[in-house]
Every structure is written in structure tokens, then in C-alpha cells.
Design a protein around this ligand. Structure first.
Ligand SMILES: Nc1ncnc2c1ncn2[C@@H]1O[C@H](COP(=O)(O)OP(=O)(O)OP(=O)(O)O)[C@@H](O)[C@H]1O
Ligand SMILES: [Mg+2]
Length: 225
């Protein structure tokens, strides 16, 4: 068993009367690829958001590398998201006005790195993801799969410890989806980042080291991939 990088213990999240997470225990190993599956509305996105410090928990605790992070205020959680975590959403969420390399450089710039260094690193990441020559395109000038690879470069370029991906292939066809996941997993493996990936696609869940199923805000099973 590798050392856990991220642990959620008895995590509870409510939206008014809705108990979205009813006491979730989950552990993600350093460099591990964990798939989260489960029916619509079962709490997958909520779990991702609480683990990543996007939403505060209403109960329980989240630990990053042994350090409790669930009690932190918004400013500190925001800093953690910029430095320790990377995000890939269903459809890119790239900044439409920025070019591909500017999008990839953005998290590094927000983390305080120099512009020249950030743009150079962005170019290298785009090349690693097979997007050499597309650095000056804006998101509207890229295919869905290309845009997702830009999003992957952006999620990884600041070398986060954990990448959170919420249905990253949901807007892509099956083959492009598989290629996109390959690009994500290879890049994450090259940097040692753990990946927490929410997916409805069994073929994508099968690529994970471990699959966890959520039902009604609780972990249902831990099926080996
Ligand atoms: N902002 C919100 N306000 C109120 N209820 C919410 C909010 N966000 C989610 N919920 C509810 O919490 C529960 C869990 O939602 P969540 O988005 O985590 O599900 P999910 O498993 O990601 O679903 P999907 O597969 O459809 O994306 C659902 O009952 C949902 O309606
Ligand atoms: Mg969701």
C-alpha cells in the first residue's frame, strides 16, 4: 500500500435538506488512479469538490499528505487548489479569450511564477500532449479532444499532487475519450500525480488502478479494476 496523499474521513455535505454526502471514507494513494462511478445525483461531483477544497465539508475531515485541510478558510483552500491540485472538467473550461499556451500558463502565473518561465513550461506541456503548433490557437479554434488536452496540460503544468477530473470525456466520442484519458494518465504518471476521475464510462473506469462506487452519498463497493 502506497502512502495516502489524500484522505476523506466521514465526510458529510448537505445542500439544505439534501444529504449529498452521508459520511464518506476514502483514501487516495500517492500516484494512484482512482475512478469514482455511480448513478446520477449520487454525490460524485460533490465528493470531488469537497476533497479538492472547492466546497467546505459540513462534517468529517479531509487530509492532504497528513495535513487537515477541511477546516481551512476560503483563502487558504484557494491557495491549495492553485498549488497542490489540478482540475479537468467535462468541457475544458478554458478561457475563450486566451490562446492555448496562455491558458496552460495561467495557473502558474496565478501561483506567482514569472511570465517567461510559465509560457516556456506551457509550450513544453502542449508539445508533450501532442499539440505542438497549436499554442497560439484560441479554444474556439480547437477540436473537443484538442481542447481537453490543453485542459490536461493546464491541470498538470504546475505539478500538482492530485488531479481531479469530473467526466473529462463526457463531451467526446468514445475513441477521442480513450485517447484523452491515455494522455491524462501518461502525463500524470510522468509527474507522479494521483488522479481522481469521475466517469460514467466503464471502459474508462477500467483504466484506473481502483474503482469506487458512490450510491446515495455513501461508498457502495470497492471493486478492483
Ligand atoms: N448546489 C446544489 N444545491 C442543491 N442541491 C445540490 C447542489 N449540487 C448538487 N445537489 C444535489 O446533491 C446530490 C449530489 O449531486 P452531485 O452533483 O454530487 O451528483 P453526481 O453524482 O455528480 O451526479 P451526475 O452524475 O449527474 O453529475 C444530488 O441530489 C443533487 O441534486
Ligand atoms: Mg457530477
Amino acid at each position: 500500500m502506497v502512502e495516502p496523499i489524500l484522505i476523506g474521513r466521514a465526510v458529510v455535505k448537505r445542500y439544505g435538506e439534501v444529504h449529498a454526502l452521508a459520511g464518506v471514507d476514502i483514501s487516495i494513494g500517492a500516484g494512484e488512479v482512482l475512478a469514482i462511478v455511480g448513478p446520477s445525483g449520487s454525490g460524485k461531483t460533490t465528493l470531488l469538490h469537497v476533497l479538492a477544497g472547492i466546497l467546505p465539508a459540513d462534517g468529517g475531515e479531509v487530509f492532504l499528505a497528513g495535513r487537515p485541510i477541511s477546516g481551512l478558510g476560503e483563502a487558504e483552500r484557494s491557495k491549495l487548489r492553485r498549488t497542490e491540485f489540478g482540475f479537468v472538467f467535462q468541457s475544458g473550461m478554458l478561457v475563450a479569450e486566451l490562446t492555448a499556451d496562455e491558458n496552460v500558463a495561467l495557473p502558474m502565473l496565478l501561483a506567482g511564477r514569472a511570465k517567461g518561465e510559465s509560457m516556456a513550461a506551457a509550450g513544453e506541456w502542449l508539445a508533450k500532449l501532442g499539440l505542438l503548433g497549436l499554442s497560439s490557437r484560441r479554444p474556439g479554434e480547437l477540436s473537443g479532444g484538442q481542447a481537453q488536452r490543453v485542459a490536461i496540460a493546464r491541470a498538470l503544468a504546475h505539478r500538482p499532487k492530485v488531479i481531479f477530473a469530473d467526466e473529462p470525456t463526457g463531451a467526446l466520442d468514445t475513441r477521442t475519450g480513450q485517447e484523452t484519458v491515455s494522455a491524462l494518465l501518461e502525463a500524470a504518471s510522468a509527474t507522479g500525480a494521483a488522479v481522481v476521475i469521475v466517469t460514467h464510462d466503464p471502459a474508462i473506469a477500467a483504466r484506473a488502478h481502483r474503482v469506487v462506487e458512490i450510491r446515495d452519498g455513501l461508498i457502495a463497493t470497492g471493486v478492483p479494476a
